[in-house]
Design a protein around this ligand. Structure first.
Ligand code: NAD
Length: 307
């Protein structure tokens, strides 16, 4: 059985895959698109993370493909409908990355509230002008969570320990156990001190946090997105930061990855990371092993783990 590995995997995960079939690793290829187009023809399993895009055009070349295994949660890089139409099972690891992305979100919130990115580059340039870095405490402030699913709830739990009160917007959540308050999106943006976005990317969430929505933010607010690029209007966010109409922001995900015109970020209270929410040893190991279990189940005839 030919297994095509398109993105970088944990070594232990790689070894487990070798027990299932013959692995071809194109994750470090300099001509990956070409290699993908060639190798997908006779591959039976394709293993990806978020970087590889399995579009209709790519999948159309697959002649033997049975399983697409996504080591992580989001499957917006796979044409799911087309895969299903070709009877290809698609499986993922929906919870494995959670703690890692939640911890990164907390890091971005704290960094923006204390201007850590600006302060760090300031000191490394040999400067010591402490008055430039007046931040604010999170204690007693309101955190607004957009998308109150697995990640959103875990971020809320952690930020409660900082003394923040939590409001959320999620039209699909009708019951929950905690002290959080459900509000409309415009009210959340108008009132929250920190806004953290945790929606999945769908046609409905595309540009959910639009220019008009961003205009509702308070001048003292921080907005953080570790969900998916394209759910907020990044260009307008930069305009708000440049004109100091909001206090700060944190981004791990972008509409185009890698993003363009990054020089524009310099000097802003904007903490950026290159989509590393799931980039921890623990997350990659968990996601890989969970995905392998799913592959084994599908091969054994259990389709319950397929999307
Ligand atoms: P989840 O499915 O558990 O939660 C998503 C929530 O969004 C759900 O509660 C759903 O009801 C809500 N939602 C859907 N449409 C909405 C809308 N129009 N308005 C408001 N809420 C809406 O997903 P999760 O596991 O919590 O993951 C959240 C996001 O984090 C996903 O986009 C995922 O891709 C992303 N993620 C990013 C990284 C990273 O590396 N940065 C890693 C893991 C996950």
């Amino acid at each position: 059985m030919k297994i095509l590995i398109c993105d970088n995997l944990n070594q232990q995960v790689y070894k487990e895959l070798e027990k299932i079939g013959d692995c071809f690793d194109i994750s470090k290829s300099l001509s990956k698109d070409e290699d993908l187009a060639n190798h997908i023809k006779d591959s039976e399993i394709v293993v990806i993370r978020s970087a590889t895009k399995l579009t209709k055009e790519v999948l159309d070349k697959a002649e033997q493909l049975k399983i697409i295994a996504r080591c992580g949660v989001g499957i917006d890089n796979v044409d799911l409908d087309f895969a299903k139409s070709k009877n290809i099972f698609v499986t993922n690891a929906p919870s494995a990355n959670l703690i890692s992305v939640v911890e990164l979100t907390v890091a971005l919130i704290i960094s923006a509230s204390r201007k850590l990115s600006l302060a760090d580059s300031h000191l490394k340039k040999g400067e010591w002008n402490r008055s430039e870095f007046l931040g604010y405490e999170l204690y007693g402030k309101t955190l607004g969570i957009v998308g109150f699913g697995k990640a959103g709830r875990l971020v809320a739990d952690r930020m409660k320990s900082f003394g923040m009160s939590i409001v959320f917007y999620d039209p699909y959540v009708t019951d929950w156990n905690g002290s959080e308050e459900s509000v409309e999106l415009d009210d959340l943006l108008r009132t929250a001190d920190v806004v953290s976005i945790h929606v999945i990317k769908t046609k409905d969430t595309e540009n959910l946090i639009s220019k008009d929505m961003l205009d509702l933010l308070k001048p003292s607010s921080i907005i953080v997105n570790t969900s998916r690029g394209g759910v907020l209007d990044e260009d307008y966010l930069f305009e708000l930061l440049e004109s100091e109409k909001i206090f700060g922001a944190g981004l791990d995900v972008y509409s185009n990855e890698p993003p363009e015109n990054v020089d524009r970020y310099n000097g802003l209270n904007l903490v950026t990371t290159p989509h590393i929410g799931a980039s921890t040893n623990e997350a990659q190991l968990k996601a890989g092993l969970e995905t392998i279990e799913n592959i084994k189940k599908i091969l054994a005839g259990d389709e319950s783990v397929a999307l």
